[in-house]
Design a protein around this ligand. Structure first.
Ligand code: P6P
Length: 331
């Protein structure tokens, strides 16, 4: 891809089909570009370490969680098309002051996912989802299934900064250049249907359900097992890093419901982790399930609802689904 197509030029060419929606994505990208700059020198600026507060998830907030959340509030608050921000770092939805009837979009985001990896310089990311909301929407209007997303994506702050974006039909990748512009570097991402790489936190084996146990056992058995091929395992502990690898070369990511997370509905959050990642994966030809149904069809009951997440290469997700079907049939 020789020509340098900037994100703004790509949006102007009509990718979003709606100039206001394009402006929402541009505001999100501006927040991510500023977060990337802050992260690059954070240890020098004394921005590593804890903020001294606990967020709604009960997690110790890092200073950079707060800084990233503030940058989303700044950039999204400046865009009159956006009326509501749902954030992992905010207990309640934030309603921006808007003219009567203005502000048709809400953004749900995890401003800095995987922040436990910051101190060891491992890729972290910002995850975002865009939905339409009526002006003056009440909380119930925010609780929309992932099929209603108008755009979704993430920024991966790694050796380069990638912005990975979909409006539901295809997936494009932009890379942040030295001047702070996102440049189109890949388009039409397709996840290979077959893969031999799975991502799961294997230390949780004692909590797994029967379907997860059976899927992993088959993968570990390699050529001698029912899967009939050798597998490799990767687990970064940063969802954006694991999902980016899967979008780039295939694989499957599993954070299933287990005996420890079941009481909370799962580990990962539906509206600003599972749904945006599922829209990306499905737009790239993959599949995304809770094990008991399509993630994008889950009806949220709360903005911080958690859910089981199993997504990636279609053939691998189908193998997991076969094990769930078998165990549910036995139940
Ligand atoms: P565990 C990071 O805290 C996160 O939300 C995701 O980015 C990541 O995939 C997962 O949790 C890691 O969970 O249980 O391995 O620490």
């Amino acid at each position: 891809m020789n020509s340098r197509t900037t994100l703004s030029a790509w949006l102007d060419q009509g990718a979003a089909h709606d100039p206001a929606l394009a402006s929402v994505v541009a505001s999100i990208a501006a927040a991510c570009a500023e977060i990337a700059v802050v992260l690059r020198t954070a240890p020098i600026e004394g921005l590593s370490g804890l903020a001294g507060a606990v967020n709604v998830q009960g997690e110790d907030q890092k200073q950079l969680d707060v800084v990233s959340n503030d940058l989303f509030i700044k950039h999204l608050g400046e865009n009159p098309a956006i009326s509501i921000l749902v954030s992992e770092e905010l207990n309640q939805a934030l309603q921006f002051e808007r003219e009567a009837g203005a502000g048709r979009y809400m953004v749900a985001c995890d401003p800095l996912d995987g922040s436990s990896n910051l101190d060891v310089n491992v890729t972290v990311g910002s995850i975002f989802s865009v939905l339409a909301v009526p002006p003056g929407a009440d909380d119930a209007a925010l609780l929309q299934p992932g099929t209603r997303q108008l755009a979704a994506g993430y920024a991966a702050y790694g050796n380069s900064t990638s912005l990975v974006l979909t409006f539901g039909k295809s997936v494009a990748v932009f890379t942040l250049d030295a001047k702070g512009e996102f440049i189109l570097t890949r388009d039409g991402i397709a996840i290979p249907a077959a893969s031999a790489e799975y991502a799961i936190n294997a230390a949780r084996e004692r909590f797994w359900d029967e379907a997860t146990r059976a899927y992993v056992a088959e993968s570990v058995a390699g050529e001698t097992g029912a899967a009939g091929k050798r597998y490799n395992m990767r687990w970064v502990g940063s969802m954006v890093a694991d999902i980016h690898r899967i979008l780039m070369r295939g694989g499957i990511f599993l954070y299933p419901l287990d005996s420890e997370t079941a009481a909370k509905g799962g580990r990962l959050r539906l509206m600003y982790e599972a749904n945006p990642m599922s829209l990306l994966v499905e737009a790239a030809g993959g599949r995304a399930t809770t094990g008991r149904g399509r993630i994008l069809e889950v009806q949220p009951t709360g903005i911080h609802q958690r859910v089981a997440v199993i997504l990636g290469s279609a053939e691998e997700v189908e193998r997991v689904e076969r094990h769930y079907a078998a165990t549910l049939a036995d139940a």
